[in-house]
Ligand binder design. Structure first.
Ligand SMILES: Nc1nc2c(ncn2[C@@H]2O[C@H](COP(=O)(O)OP(=O)(O)OP(=O)(O)O)[C@@H](O)[C@H]2O)c(=O)[nH]1
Ligand SMILES: [Mg+2]
Length: 213
């Protein structure tokens, strides 16, 4: 097969996987409530308001699978979605939410950390970065935790529609330079827009490869 055929095959596998029925399974607020690790899981993490819920909706072609909000901190638990009985998609609560109380922040952090460090069936964690903001210290803290836990992850840029193409290319180059030293990080950065659908087929393809590996 030519490399073009391989790419076309991967895109089709991604399209098929994400065209399947996707339904909400459970929202988890405490580590003890985590579902049995019976399926491959793909997680979506990132700062509050980065666009995690929007990206999940774009991937699954649903408008309101995951709750999108103008108020940062809308997603307060780990939300599990069953994708065609093949995989769980996991929408994580955003970190770095300034208006949350200290107690809430500590509780969310403990839950996210427990999940990210010890989930054997978490095949890949998509770490979302707002294209306009770039990578920040809260993201670096999560990357350090993932490297330490040898948890496979990949950087996914969101809101690419907010930047012109040349600026996007610069952001991607900067991220690729930064991730070079991170052992558990996938080398490819995928730029997406939940608004225009840019990069969504490519991300579906990358995640299908991980689910079916
Ligand atoms: N222009 C643009 N806006 C987006 C995109 N993705 C998300 N947004 C907007 O960004 C805001 C936050 O989106 P959410 O999907 O709720 O973000 P989240 O990361 O799930 O937020 P929390 O659950 O609060 O952590 C909403 O106003 C979205 O409409 C995108 O690709 N382009
Ligand atoms: Mg959300």
């Amino acid at each position: 097969m030519s490399s073009q055929q391989v790419a076309a095959y991967a895109l089709e596998a991604g399209r098929k996987l994400f065209a399947q029925e996707c339904r909400f399974v459970i929202g988890v607020a405490k580590a003890a409530q985590l579902p049995e690790p019976v399926r491959p899981e793909i997680g979506f993490a990132g700062r509050s308001n980065v666009g995690k819920s929007s990206l999940l909706n774009a991937l699954t072609g649903r408008n309101s699978l995951a709750r999108v909000s103008g108020t940062p901190g809308a997603t307060r638990q780990l939300n599990f979605f069953d994708l065609g009985g093949r995989a769980y998609l996991v929408d994580l609560p955003g970190y770095g939410f300034a208006r949350a109380g200290k107690h809430d922040i500590a509780e969310w952090n403990a839950l996210i950390r427990a999940y990210l460090r010890g989930r054997a069936n978490l095949r890949r964690l998509c770490l979302l970065i707002d294209a306009r903001r770039g990578i920040g210290d809260p993201d670096r803290a999560i990357m350090a935790l993932l490297d330490e836990a040898a948890q496979s992850y990949q950087l996914v840029l969101t809101k690419s529609d907010k930047l012109p193409a040349p600026a996007m290319a610069e952001v991607i180059a900067a991220l690729e330079a930064e991730i070079a030293g991170h052992g558990a990080c996938h080398p490819e950065v995928i730029a997406t827009s939940a608004e225009t659908g840019a990069g969504i087929p490519e991300l579906r393809a990358a995640l299908a490869a991980v689910v079916f590996a």
